[in-house]
Design a binder for this molecule. Structure first.
Ligand SMILES: Nc1ncnc2c1ncn2[C@@H]1O[C@H](COP(=O)(O)O)[C@@H](O)[C@H]1OP(=O)(O)O
Ligand SMILES: [Mg+2]
Ligand SMILES: [Mg+2]
Ligand SMILES: [Mg+2]
Length: 334
């Protein structure tokens, strides 16, 4: 399946949304974020980024439904906030929209998903808490066809090009289409460079990355899994990288980290498809393997959530995967 046009449009949409997020961060004032029903934060940038990506997808692919994280409910009841979002959106879009069109664009993300047909899935800001801290976050867009992720784009505006130089140049877009490998470019140049996961097969020679929020995944279990993996190793275990958002998939895809583990803390939380679709494809196309912690393929055809899966296990290469999976199996009693 040729997805040349889809890739071009998706990269452009993620770039425009990333620029909007960057401009918001410089001017974000107190009161420009809300707490959602689940108590997670949402900012003017989350709404704005969803409005611009959905508008660009609508323009080029009017028949494609979208599974997006946000909806306009809370924005509609807050005139000051919706005015601010409209200003941001029209600041980056060539064709300007009205408030009503902006609400409609945001709400085009209300698709239920499913096993058949083609749809997009969007997380306008993944890692909103990281964004608010001035830390890592990602604009995440993927195309799913008959339950399979065919195209993934991750915009990581604060991700250092070289992880060993955190104060150096930042901002990467990672892209993959199924079967064609994974690539990255900077926010400012359209030159794409191929990326690949680590070739290291010894867990002691690579690093684990995990989320920062202890309520999203278990740091303690990760510690036990790594201890199990390194029990016969004389090497010092390198420190874990803690980072918000799908930037963790970017680290594995680029070989900065060998392992990403997300062991659930809550038995009721279902991972959302927009939190994993792009990252999973990019890691796999870079040479890695991504499953849930029970070794099952991620099921992107089961609706808006990954309700058939538990947690995430992503690694570079299959030999490393097999070792980490064996360790997970002996540590995690489901
Ligand atoms: N209880 C939870 N368990 C796991 N992940 C969660 C939970 N609540 C929110 N998330 C989502 O986890 C992702 C961040 O993961 P991490 O902690 O690894 O950075 C975000 O998509 C966040 O949603 P949101 O997009 O609203 O920020
Ligand atoms: Mg959120
Ligand atoms: Mg989000
Ligand atoms: Mg998210």
């Amino acid at each position: 399946m040729s997805l040349v046009v889809e890739m071009r449009v998706a990269v452009e949409a993620v770039l425009v949304a990333s620029r909007l997020c960057q401009s918001v961060f410089k001017t974000l004032v107190l009161g420009e974020s809300l707490a959602k029903d689940d108590k997670s934060p949402v900012t003017v940038a989350d709404f704005g980024a969803q409005a611009v990506v959905n508008a660009l997808l609508l323009k080029h692919f009017p028949d494609d439904p979208i599974v997006g994280e946000e909806d306009s409910k809370d924005l509609k009841s807050n005139t000051a906030l919706s005015g601010r979002v409209l200003g941001l959106v029209n600041g980056v879009m060539e064709s300007k929209m009205t408030t009503e069109q902006m609400f409609n664009n945001i709400d085009r993300g209300n698709y239920v998903g499913g096993r058949t047909g083609r749809f997009w899935t969007l997380d306008p800001i993944d890692g909103t808490k990281g964004f608010l801290r001035g830390d890592q976050y990602a604009v995440c867009l993927a195309l799913i066809v008959d339950g399979t992720v065919e195209l993934g784009v991750l915009g990581c505006p604060n991700l250092p090009h070289d992880l060993s130089k955190p104060d150096g140049e930042c901002g990467s877009i990672l892209v993959a289409t199924r079967g064609d490998g994974a690539f990255q470019r900077s926010l400012t140049s359209d030159i794409m460079t191929r990326i690949s996961t680590t070739r290291v097969e010894n867990p002691a020679e690579t690093r684990l990355c995990e989320g920062i929020e202890p309520l999203h995944s278990s740091h303690a279990t990760n510690g036990q899994i790594m201890a199990h993996l390194l029990q016969n190793s004389n090497n010092h275990s390198p420190t874990n990288i803690r980072m918000d958002s799908q930037c963790k998939y970017a680290l594995v895809a680029r070989g900065d980290a060998g392992i990403y583990l997300r062991v659930p803390v809550s038995s009721t939380y279902q991972e959302k498809i927009w939190d994993h679709a792009a990252g999973k494809l990019i890691v796999e196309e870079a040479g890695g393997r991504v499953t849930d912690i029970l070794g099952r393929e991620l099921d992107f055809g089961s609706g808006r959530t990954l309700k058939e899966n538990e947690g995430i296990l992503a690694t570079g290469g299959t030999v490393l995967y097999d070792k980490v999976y064996a360790a997970v199996k002996s540590v995690v009693k489901s």
